[in-house]
Design a binder for this molecule. Structure first.
Ligand SMILES: Cc1cc2nc3c(=O)[nH]c(=O)nc-3n(C[C@H](O)[C@H](O)[C@H](O)COP(=O)(O)O)c2cc1C
Length: 326
């Protein structure tokens, strides 16, 4: 299956696994790349340079491209007591990944230095203005990311209308993200004109992923209607996510109790402090009834814990569907 993406990066399946903080370490990224896609390591806010170097060590394989994904706002300034983001970027650049993804924050200042190092720059856009802004600063790959996607991002437009709009608006190569869960989703976006897909949720139950076993099981059991988009977990934990980037996660006890009460969460107070403590303990215990399990609507298509290679092979079968159109 060939597209600009496969030719440019010498991969055989036009799928990039998403840089998912807490899930996509070097092991998942390396497994996706080994299977013919390209895996991206997801760098969480506050990650150390040593952690990143270790992940790169397990992702990098001779002859296989891989990528590294940062959260834009987390690169802007070092929070007190947190590792220096410039050092993290240096570690990333020195590893010479094929792609560096910077989404959900400022990207303009990063494009020049990454290009000087010969690294392609990818960003995710959740509306057409964001795509045009990325186009204007010279990024190499724009991902049209619809609101049905897992994890953080905008919830303004669904993948299909956004993809059509962005493809018409920019000349930069476009990938699609959000809700692409199997061969059918990949075939749809390729047929529409995308050069490939950035896929997160479909890899959430893989044995190579770094998320807890309980979260993987919850993903396998979840249906496509079991997710909710909100800022509940960010507000409860005082995480500095910009408000336009809420998160899509599995519904659980916490979302049931707090949905629609975001103003109360933002005001803080004893109940919110107690919730933050509860979330911390739940995360440590792998208690998914309370802890956040970020996932998109494509969880409904994840029915078992398949390996990353099996998931990539499923996407490769998009070719059979596309052959019908020829
Ligand atoms: C658990 C999880 C963690 C994520 N973490 C990040 C991240 O650290 N950086 C990032 O750019 N995107 C992150 N995302 C969003 C993905 O890059 C991508 O937009 C999304 O997974 C695409 O939609 P899909 O889940 O329907 O495939 C995350 C998504 C999930 C599900």
């Amino acid at each position: 299956m060939r597209s600009w993406l496969t030719d440019e990066f010498e991969i055989s399946v036009p799928v990039l696994s998403a840089p998912m903080a807490g899930v996509a370490g070097g092991r998942l990224a390396g497994a996706v790349s080994a299977a013919g896609g390209m895996g991206l390591i997801g760098v969480h806010p506050g990650a150390s340079a040593d952690w990143l170097a270790e992940q790169i060590g397990s992702a990098a394989a001779p002859g296989r491209p891989f990528g590294i994904g940062f959260i834009g706002w987390a690169l802007s300034a070092a929070a007190p007591g947190q590792p220096d983001p410039d050092e993290l970027l240096r570690v990333a650049i020195d590893a010479r990944p094929a792609v560096i993804s910077i989404s959900f924050g400022e990207i303009a200042d990063h494009v020049g230095p990454l290009h000087d190092a010969g690294i392609a720059v990818l960003t995710q856009a959740g509306n057409v203005d964001e795509a045009l802004a990325a186009d204007a600063v010279g990024v190499d790959i724009i991902v049209a990311r619809g609101g049905e996607g897992g994890g953080h991002g905008r919830n303004e437009v669904a993948t299909l209308p956004l993809l059509q709009e962005v493809l018409d608006a920019v000349d930069t190569p476009v990938l699609a993200a959000g809700g692409i869960g199997n061969r059918r989703g990949l075939a749809a976006v390729l047929a529409a004109g995308a050069h490939g897909a950035l896929v997160g949720s479909a890899f959430l139950a893989c044995p190579e992923a770094a998320n807890p076993a309980e979260a993987k099981q919850a993903v396998v059991e979840a249906r496509s209607t079991d997710t909710i988009y909100s800022r509940i977990f960010d507000l409860a934990q005082s995480l500095p996510w910009p408000p336009q980037y809420g998160g899509r996660a599995l519904r659980n006890e916490v979302t049931r109790a707090w949905a629609g009460r975001e103003d109360e969460l933002a005001r803080g107070g004893p109940a919110v402090v107690a919730l933050a403590d509860q979330l911390k303990s739940a995360r440590q215990a792998g208690d998914v009834a309370f802890a956040a399990v970020y996932a998109g609507q494509a969880v409904g298509l994840v029915e078992s814990a398949r390996s990353a290679a099996e998931v990539v092979a499923e996407f490769a079968a998009a070719d059979e569907l596309l052959a019908r159109l020829r």
